[in-house]
Write a protein that binds this ligand. Sequence first.
Ligand SMILES: *Cc1c(COP(=O)(O)O)cnc(C)c1O
Length: 420
Amino acid sequence: MNNFEYRHGELHCEDVPVSRIAKEVGTPCYVYSHATLLRHFQAYDSAFKNIPHVIAFAMKANSNLAILRLMAKEGSGADIVSGGELFRAMKAGVPASKIVFAGVGKSPEEIRDALKADILMFNVESSAEIHVINEVAASIGKKARIALRINPDVDPQTHPYISTGMKKSKFGIAADRALEEYKMASSLDHTDVVGVHAHIGSQLTDVTPFVDSLKKVVTLIDTLKAQGINIRYLNIGGGLGITYSEEKPPLPQDLADAILPLIKDLGLTLLMEPGRVIVGNAGILVTKVLYEKAGETKHFVIVNAAMNDLIRPSLYGAYHEIRPLDEEAAHRAKRQMDIVGPVCESGDFLAKDRLLAAVKPGELLAVMSAGAYGFVMSSNYNSRPRIPEVLIKGGEIHVIRERETYDDLIKGETIPAFLN
Ligand SMILES: *Cc1c(COP(=O)(O)O)cnc(C)c1O
């Protein structure tokens, strides 16, 4: 459920017509609904209310400071994957005691900064990384809390680029090597082995892979306990899918119902890292039609948003529903079209071979479900300034990130003197 709906013939975000937002901040722009964000977070949180838990919002899905603050105020922590994300999380006021740090390539500097900030734990992805964390911790006289990220070799039935828990994946430590690594980690002086972590992929539309993964993890936890390695945290990652088109993903409550029986008696604190399911359907990308163009075999609608603003269609062949802001326009005769941007790449499209109601230059469109992996993946390719982000709360319009200027584009660049 979300707060983007037609009222009086116009697409609204909460109480504001999206056309008014477009008028105030221009297009393209990202628009987020405060109410949807809150509801999604609370649905996840309350589904797990009967077990001690921490939600660490996977901030790579959307790392705007205002969104992070909003989450933190609801009690969320953050799942970070870089020093930059640590910086953002701290700026936004996310308590360090609820920050977990994943990623296969953490640098010694990033590890040191996270240790100094006293984050909850590192989700460690390799044997070599355990040693580096131990060394860095020793060098500053600290003990690093760690969980090992286990690769349970489960197929999450999602896009290969967002499958992370299969044998061929670069993530985690193979389940059958885990015990050995846990023993090694426990023998080190500057690590405190506190958890087990598994995150098998993103946009999962069925609970079965979660359950299969968890069964393997629970078996491992039992083995570890028998060996005297006392695990206190179980981190099940994120990955719950959303409806982009026809998908019928489980609700957070369905996930809770499926997994809680497996873990409720373990006496552990549950950690979770949802990203997409919180922000995906809480945001849209608003764009304007510039031109129509009849190709030899195709009809193109050229809009002012492009792959540099929203790369998911180009990168994953992802489907995003496209709606006109004017409800009337949705009833026009349909035709097959490609919705493409101005970037000079044939891979620059927002929709391909899509049957949509006819649109005209000057009209505004909403690209739905764009709140996750949208702005955060945007770039300046083709020297296009990155676009603004707007948070709507009831009838209020809050610009939470300004549109970049041309000067922003060249920030940090210099022409060496020899070229003068
Ligand atoms: C990306 C990621 C998540 C979030 O995934 P979603 O599908 O957005 O919920 C959680 N944990 C880790 C380790 C990740 O890499």
